[in-house]
Structure formats: C-alpha cells, structure tokens
Design a protein around this ligand. Structure first.
Ligand code: PHE
Ligand code: FE
Length: 284
C-alpha cells in the first residue's frame, strides 16, 4: 500500500510530469549490481516460500517464469504474459502514489511498479516498496484470475471510498488482505500477502506459533489498527480467493457507517467475537 511517508524517500518523485505519475523507464538501465541484488533476494527466499506460500502465488512465479528471468524480470515480457492471463499490465512509477492515482491504475487493470531496487544496506527493511516488493510480492498474485478480479474491484472500491471520505477503512482491508493476507489450504495455512512474500523475516514469523491468526471478517478487519514498521501482531485468514471476491461485492457504504461508530481494535488485541485460529488446524 502507498502510505504517506515524509522521510528519506528513495523514489525520484520529480521524474513524472504526467497526471497518472507514470514514467518512461528502460529495463536496460538496470546495473549488474541491481540484477545481482534481485538474484540474491530471489534465491534466498524461494526455498522458504516453497512450503509457505499458497499454490496460486507459486503458480504465478512459474507462469511468469521469474526463475528464467535470472535477474530483475523484464517489465515488457512480464507485462505481456500478465496481459494474456488476466488482462493486467504493468506501468512504471517513481514509487509511492497518492491514493486517487494508485486506485485509478488498479481500476484500469494497470499495476504500478517502481524502478528502484534496495541497496545492500537496505536488504531487510526499507520504507518504500521497491521492485522486489512490487514485482516479486504483488505481480505473481495478479496472474491468478480470481485475485486479479479482486484487485481490480479494489481499485474501483478505493475510488469510491475516497469520494465518500472512508478511505482509511479500505486501506486497512488492503493491508490485511493484499499485503498481509493468509489463506487456509488443504495442505495447511499459507501466505498470499505481498508484504509477507517479499519479506524473509515475516514469511517465517507469520506462520510461527508466535503469530495470531484470526478468521477473515471484513468489518472486523476495518477496525484493526496496525504498524507498518514491525511484523504484524495479527493476521487475517481467508478460506479461498472466491471468498475474498464475493465478500467484497456488496456496497461498502453501510459497512463504513457501521464501523465508524465502533471502537478501533488496538494492535495485538483480539475481541471476544474473534475466531482465533490455531496453527495447522484446517477450517471446518
Ligand atoms: N464493493 C465495495 C464497495 O462497494 C468495493 C470493493 C470491492 C472493496 C472489492 C474492496 C474490494 O465499496
Ligand atoms: Fe505493496
């Protein structure tokens, strides 16, 4: 998600003169060091994700042939493959985007990808999404038809929430599904959130007994507070991507009204009404 941050931004925000904030970018301008960084991150995390990420995510990695790219994937090649599968394309942007621009891209099945990759000093944490987060974390999921439709609907939902002054609630839902979502599968609980798949530390932590897992519930999620600079104190677990798509189809305005009259839930807290899930226990 594109949070409003004011310190040490890495992106070149003066680079775009366009209203949609896109920039012309040549993949050829990546340096050998940039590609080496990708190979390092990719090679380090793939073995961890083989048994932790959901099948849909791993299928996306395979369908787009990230391994065969052997470095930062070529944007045009990935974009063409993505378009054939789900009708999405990639566009290049300096980094974080204002919500109205970001959601408008999603609503048009365009996924904005940054043009910078972390340096060796920033290997495990940085404040803005870099290529490894955007491309490795998000793009494989967008190759899945149902998730791709969810993401598209989210763009339209974002514009609507913004117009009615309820954006923070939808941003929270974005955070706990697209960025930090977990899913129940026949093989056990798995990761689909891009904030987790692109993080070496969190991909292990989120499936450890220290993590709290709560059954997916939209209005409950909208009340949850969260931190963006540490591992999440709770994760919300869906049962399928169809559930995600169907549950977000209704008009959210009544949800927003209801939730805005309720108390927020502090980081790390659970409610008596929560369905707290045990690790390794499959959904009924
Ligand atoms: N259906 C929601 C609304 O009417 C929009 C939405 C769609 C939100 C998909 C999230 C995901 O506001
Ligand atoms: Fe993200």
């Amino acid at each position: 998600m594109r949070e409003e941050l004011t310190f040490n931004l890495r992106g070149d925000y003066g680079a775009s003169q366009r209203e949609d904030m896109t920039v012309d970018f040549k993949w050829e301008s990546f340096t050998p060091e940039n590609h080496e960084m990708w190979r390092f991150l990719f090679g380090r995390i793939m073995p961890e994700l083989k048994h932790r990420a959901c099948k849909e995510y791993l299928d996306g990695i395979e369908a787009l042939d990230f391994a065969g790219e052997n470095g930062i994937p070529n944007y045009d090649r990935i974009s063409d493959k993505l378009e054939k599968r789900t009708g999405w394309r990639l566009v290049t942007v300096p980094g974080l985007l204002p919500p109205e621009i970001f959601f408008a891209h999603l609503a048009n099945r365009r996924f904005p990808v940054t043009t910078f990759i972390r340096t060796p000093e920033e290997i495990d944490y940085l404040q803005e999404p870099d290529i490894f987060h955007d491309m490795f974390g998000h793009v494989p999921m967008i190759a899945h038809p149902v998730f791709a439709d969810y993401f598209h609907a989210f763009g339209e939902g974002g514009m609507k929430a913004l117009k009615h002054g309820y954006l923070p609630y939808l941003e929270t839902l974005y955070w706990f599904t697209i960025e930090f979502g977990l899913i129940n599968t026949p093989e056990g609980r798995r990761i689909y959130g891009s904030g987790i798949t692109s993080s070496m530390g969190e991909s292990k932590f989120c499936l450890s007994p220290e993590a709290t897992h709560i059954a997916y519930d939209i209005k409950r999620i909208m009340r949850q507070q969260y931190r963006i600079d540490v591992f999440q104190a709770q994760y919300f677990v869906i049962d399928s991507f169809e559930q995600l798509l169907e549950s977000t189809a209704p008009d959210f305005i009544p949800y927003y009204k209801e939730v805005s009259a309720q108390e927020k839930v502090a980081v790390g807290d659970t409610l008596p009404s929560d369905t707290v899930l045990q690790l390794g226990v499959k959904a009924a």
